[in-house]
Design a protein around this ligand. Structure first.
Ligand SMILES: [Zn+2]
Length: 530
């Protein structure tokens, strides 16, 4: 059986092969289209159970299967998988565009909204129906046929362009490496970073030390490398990835222009003045003006502090480091030196106290205390030996949810950190389907057989993503469309993640999470001054 079509349990990553993708996508799309035909032809009352639920079930299967493909494409990218992903993406886009424009389905949702059945639905169900009506409007269901055709083209081009954008960025990031053979160039770099660079060079069967534009290699160079020309070289390579300053094949500049043009045309086709107006329709903010006012106010308030910090940095650089001008590749470096001079600790030093082996249990303990839960390692098929899998249980031992943690950077993984859903909580045939999440980060992995060490920034990122994960995993909503992060206004979705971040500045949380309380104690006063 095609593992992508097996919905009985967790994704079968161990059995996954790119050749399964097209067969699974074709089968699911055919199945869904047959269902749509049946639903369109169905006479009589439009009810939740004979209309919304079958649609939800069909779309859940498609998004679970395609979600695995998208996930692997983002974290285990390979030429074969990328080809098959990009070959199937237009079919998926086309399908969802068709649904969004399906006048018959739209009318049925309207009938449901106006029927007595709507009054009997619970709050979650009502919200789903309202969201559907909105999405049909935004999906072009009310457009005349010739505009629908153009809308479909735009959606297709937008999907291809954004996939190309990510592919280019990953390829450009991976194409760069800098081999250092002169040990003097490594001056200032922490030992574990040097060791990781040596391991990377060895893996390539090369002499010396290999540096790349992936965060665990790039960031420490910017922060610690004494050799200014080394920082400049890395900085320039980093900020010009996938741009007009590199190979034309990875240049994202024309893609950005194309995406902006298509977005504008799409918004205008739907009757909006701008893409910003269209984008805000399902969000909390009311107008582009309101968003701009907010940002401008924020900038006005923040700027004096930023100016003060900058002056301080310049003075310090001039007086203590004999640097008359600060360039873009100097800021992280000088900031670190200033921190060391003023507070006599470095990020690197703090890192020694945040090994993965105490940070994760510490975070799990916090969540356990806050929500009355326990988190334990569990078994699941995985896509990489880097990945861990965990189960969350409540006090009675009942399964609440599960998650994968894929924390380390790899060349096959997109940059940044993000949470994604593998399975969403819902009530299905009278039983709760436990949610499953993916937590993806780009932290430095273990070096020299020792546990991975996290910087405080990485700990914050971990808490942030775990906040998104909890939003998805601890939901109590029984209906797919608004369960977890589904249906949440996108300008409100950061609330749980910000909430979790705050704990990284709480002594009672941070202290037990560190390997050794001694030097961190001196850190306490400093943290509380932030
Ligand atoms: Zn976030």
């Amino acid at each position: 059986m095609n593992p992508l079509l097996d919905f009985t349990g967790l994704p079968r990553f161990a059995d996954f092969k790119p050749e399964y993708v097209t067969a699974a996508v074709d089968a699911l799309l055919a199945e869904n289209r047959a269902l749509l035909d049946r639903l369109e032809a169905q006479d009589g009352e439009v009810r939740w159970d004979n209309f919304v639920e079958p649609l939800e079930n069909a779309h859940e299967r498609l998004s679970r299967a395609w979600g695995q493909v998208g996930h692997l494409n983002a974290v285990m990218n390979s030429p074969e998988l990328r080809d098959v992903y990009n070959a199937n993406l237009p079919k998926i886009t086309q399908y969802y565009t068709e649904i969004g424009q399906n006048r018959v389905l739209y009318e049925k949702f309207k009938r449901l909204r106006a029927s007595p059945e709507f009054e009997r639905l619970d709050r979650a169900q009502c919200k789903i129906v309202e969201n559907e009506l909105r999405d049909f409007r935004l999906g072009g269901a009310e457009l005349p046929p010739e505009k629908k055709a153009r809308y479909t083209e735009i959606r297709d081009q937008l999907a291809r362009a954004s996939s190309r954008f990510s592919d280019n960025l990953l390829d450009a990031t991976n194409a760069f490496s800098h081999f250092v053979t002169d040990e003097n160039e490594l001056a200032g770099l922490p030992e574990d970073v040097v060791e990781a660079a040596r391991e990377a060079a060895r893996a390539d069967k090369r002499e010396g030390w290999k540096f790349t534009l992936h965060a665990p290699s790039y960031l420490p160079v910017m922060q610690y490398a004494d050799r200014r020309s080394f920082r400049e070289l890395m900085y320039r390579a980093y900020v010009t990835r996938a741009s007009e300053f590199g190979p034309a094949e990875w240049n994202n500049t024309p893609l950005i222009t194309e995406i902006l043009r298509l977005r504008k045309e799409m918004a205008q086709l739907l009757g909006f003045g701008s893409y910003a107006e269209y984008s805000l329709e399902p969000k909390m903010a009311e107008s582009p003006r309101q968003v701009l006012d907010f940002l401008e106010q924020l900038a006005a308030r923040a700027k004096p502090y930023a100016q003060r910090d900058l002056d301080e940095l310049r003075t310090f650089a001039r007086d203590s480091l004999q640097m008359s001008e600060l360039e873009a590749w100097d800021y992280a470096y000088v900031s670190e030196k200033l921190r060391a001079a003023r507070y006599s600790f470095s990020d690197q030093e703090v890192k020694q106290y945040f090994p993965e082996t105490t940070v994760l249990p510490g975070m799990f303990k916090l969540v356990g205390t806050l929500y009355g839960l326990s988190i334990e390692p569990a078994e699941a098929p995985l896509w990489s030996p880097d990945v861990r899998f965990y189960s969350i249980r409540d006090r009675s031992g009942a399964l609440v949810g599960q998650f994968y943690a894929d924390l380390y950077a790899r060349p096959s993984k997109r940059g940044g950190a993000w949470m994604d859903e593998a399975i969403t909580r819902r009530l299905k045939e009278g039983r709760v389907q436990a949610p499953v999440a993916y937590l993806n980060c780009n932290f430095s992995g273990p070096v020299g057989g020792k546990p991975a060490l996290f910087t405080h920034d990485e700990v914050i990122t971990l808490f942030h993503e775990f906040g998104h994960g909890l939003h998805h995993l601890l939901t109590q909503v029984d209906h797919l469309g608004v369960s977890g992060i589904n249906g949440v206004e996108w300008d409100a979705v950061e609330l749980p993640s910000q909430f979790m971040e705050n704990f990284c500045w709480e002594w009672d949380v941070v202290q037990p999470m560190t390997r050794n309380a001694r030097p961190v104690k001196s850190c306490r006063a400093r943290c509380s001054t932030r």
